[in-house]
Design a protein around this ligand. Structure first.
Ligand code: NDP
Length: 337
């Protein structure tokens, strides 16, 4: 079959393209300008005409995806603003929401062969930043960020602006499906990863020029922005980018996944675990923290129940150590560290 991947040049998008091609699918990738196809064409030259492109300059334009959806069997929708330095929250919310409802509308009207649409959502739509420890599941929705963005507007924290954009976009997608359930010939799956880490194969030329989540990783692990206490206190859940891509392909293949939102998380970790893992590969870091930190004894403030994806997709996640090993190997090869 042929799969449309939006945001094909992004950190996660290009891994989805690669995984689909490796598994024998044809791919049509969307990017915002012709020049963004070049790196993809070079990377996947060996796949010949199994990879094609559609340039969609503005995903908020009425009918922007009308042509792109024609003739494909499924869609993986990843394109959405990620931690832009938005002033007005609407700068992020509009492309996230209208980009998502727009592609669903195009699929409804012109995607006659489409059977499934997978939307790359986020744990940002699930978590509510809270004072007490808590486990979250797919039943939870992040109302707080929507309120913050509405009430504080430009003064809302950047995190809330991004989280609100993702929450409103995913909600709009489910509402679209509900509203049109009598007429649509496809079903929707949303995948909700926490922080996504792991090797980059999109167009990046230096360690500091990566996407938002990997920038965060580099800052915290390699640049030493946290002190020893923070390293073992502050935690986050994460998942390897290759497993996120694998999840996007499995979500197309597993019948039972239809109509589900699914958390894709390998698990919670403290930053100290990542620091310890890179140091095992003799990478020097400014703040080494506490090398004897025992992750099995760590208490985590925010937990995600990832059992649904385990059950429905049967995903096996790479461990933190595997992700770290591959990051270090890649960066050494590129002479970035
Ligand atoms: P990237 O920034 O690497 O990729 C974002 C992609 O979306 C790019 O292709 C980008 O195109 C496109 N995009 C951004 N804004 C717009 C817009 N206004 N109109 C059209 N296209 C746009 O980030 P990721 O790969 O990390 O993110 C991909 C998806 O995964 C997003 O939906 C994000 O919310 C989600 N996600 C990411 C997580 C992470 O930790 N990385 C965690 C959970 C979810 P261009 O290059 O032209 O800007």
């Amino acid at each position: 079959g042929k799969v449309l991947v939006t945001g094909a040049n992004g950190y996660i998008g290009i891994w989805i393209v690669r995984t689909l091609l490796e598994k024998g699918y044809s791919v049509r990738g969307t990017v915002r300008s012709e020049s963004k196809t070049e790196h993809l064409r070079n990377t996947f030259a060996s796949y010949g005409d199994k990879l094609e492109f559609a340039v969609v300059e503005d995903i908020t334009k009425e009918g922007a995806f009308d042509d792109a959806v024609k003739g494909v069997d499924a869609i993986e929708h990843t394109a959405s603003p990620v931690y832009a330095t938005a002033g007005d929250p609407e700068e992020m919310i509009r492309p996230a929401v209208v980009g998502t409802t727009g592609i669903l509308k195009s699929a409804l009207q012109h995607g006659t062969s489409i059977k499934r649409i997978v939307y790359t959502s986020s744990c940002a739509t699930i978590i509510t930043v809270q004072d007490t420890p808590r486990e979250f599941s797919e039943a939870d929705w992040n109302e707080k960020s929507i309120d913050e963005a509405r009430v504080k507007g430009r003064d809302a924290a950047p995190t809330h602006k991004y989280y609100a954009s993702k929450t409103l976009a995913e909600r709009a997608a489910w509402e679209f499906v509900e509203r049109n359930k009598e007429t649509i010939g496809w079903d929707l799956v949303t995948l909700n990863p926490p922080f996504v880490f792991g090797p980059t194969i999109h167009e990046v030329n230096r360690l500091e020029g990566m996407n938002a989540s990997m920038n965060e990783w580099v800052k915290n692990v390699l640049n030493g922005v946290k002190d020893t206490k923070q390293l073992s206190d502050i935690g986050l859940s994460s998942v390897d980018v290759r497993d996120v891509a694998e999840g996007h392909v499995l979500a197309l293949q597993k019948e039972e996944a239809g109509g589900e939102r699914m958390i894709l998380s390998e698990g919670p970790h403290k930053w100290q675990e990542w620091v310890n893992a890179v140091r095992e590969h003799n990478v020097e870091v400014p703040v080494a923290g506490d090398a004897s930190f025992d992750p099995t004894k760590a208490a985590h403030h925010t937990l995600y129940d990832g059992s649904k994806a385990n059950r429905l997709l049967g995903i096996r996640y790479r461990t933190l150590k595997e992700t770290t090993r591959d990051l270090v190997e890649d960066w050494r090869m590129r002479e970035w560290i």
